[in-house]
Design a protein around this ligand. Structure first.
Ligand SMILES: Nc1ncnc2c1ncn2[C@@H]1O[C@H](COP(=O)(O)OP(=O)(O)OP(=O)(O)O)[C@@H](O)[C@H]1O
Length: 247
């Protein structure tokens, strides 16, 4: 299996602070890879580097064989930010049709994307009148409408009810089966088990780049939240003993 994303020794600073430290990881093509970590751990920063809108200090980010953000990637990468990027004065359907038209697609594809995110009943509603969770889904519909080769989704399920979350994850896997690669962030560990691969991040450090099964095995527990805690503790004790060696 080839990799859709390859990251080597990535270091990023925001303001005066380093927020990603020597990140080396990969995202296999055709996978649903979860980027999981607590709030402020660096997930959005990492995603911004993948889509090529984040200045980096050092390292490389290669996406579909090209440098992140380079011209050949423009119609191949979709990005859902945490702030919904849809037009408030257009309906859900009009928004989806507008974004579909940018890729030479028609009404049928737009309407399918609206249905995929569970918004068929609200399709004629102005986006400005939707609830926060509905607006986030309208934005998701516009991000997935062109079925890009790589979809980078920043917390796409936040604020959604459990039934919808389940449907959205099923949709993500259907998109991967149809050939897309998905990088999906979440700070909720119970979503980790839904991913094919996991990138676990804490305080800008990568603590795992493997399958959920491998994370469970390495941590010696089936509970992924507990596994995350154990891996953090293991990493902290390695850091402590490194410090003692230096002192
Ligand atoms: N524009 C900025 N200037 C300075 N620091 C920033 C900026 N944006 C983010 N940061 C800092 O970078 C770190 C990583 O932030 P980031 O948004 O990548 O985290 P996150 O894991 O996506 O968080 P969340 O789950 O809350 O969205 C945080 O400590 C944050 O305060």
């Amino acid at each position: 299996m080839t990799n859709a994303i390859e990251v080597e020794h990535l270091v990023i600073a925001r303001g005066k602070r380093r927020v990603l430290h020597d990140f080396t990881c990969s995202v296999p093509s055709g996978s649903v890879t979860g980027l999981l970590g607590p709030s402020g751990s660096g997930k959005t920063t990492f995603m911004r580097a993948v889509v090529g809108v984040q200045q980096i200090v050092s390292g490389t980010v290669t996406v579909l064989g090209h440098p992140a953000g380079s011209k050949p990637l423009r119609d191949k990468v979709g990005y859902l930010t945490q702030a919904p990027s849809v037009y408030a004065d257009l309906t859900v359907k009009e928004n989806a049709r507008y974004f579909a038209s940018l890729y030479g697609l028609g009404a049928a594809e737009a309407d399918a994307a609206v249905s995929d995110v569970g918004l068929s009943q609200a399709k004629d509603q102005l986006v400005g009148t939707l609830s926060g969770g509905q607006r986030a889904r309208a934005s998701l519909a516009c991000a997935i409408v062109s079925k890009p080769q790589l979809l980078v989704l920043d917390e796409p399920t936040v604020g959604q009810d459990p039934v919808l979350r389940n449907e959205l994850w099923q949709r993500f896997h259907a998109l991967a089966k149809a050939g897309s690669t998905l990088l999906v962030s979440s700070h909720v560990m119970d979503e980790a088990g839904r991913c094919d691969r996991l990138l676990l991040i804490r305080e800008g450090l990568l603590i795992a780049d493997e399958s959920p099964a491998a994370v469970r095995e390495r941590a010696g527990t089936d509970d992924l939240e507990e596994a995350f805690l154990r891996l953090v503790q293991a990493q902290e004790s390695v850091q402590e003993s490194d410090k003692e060696k230096v002192a």
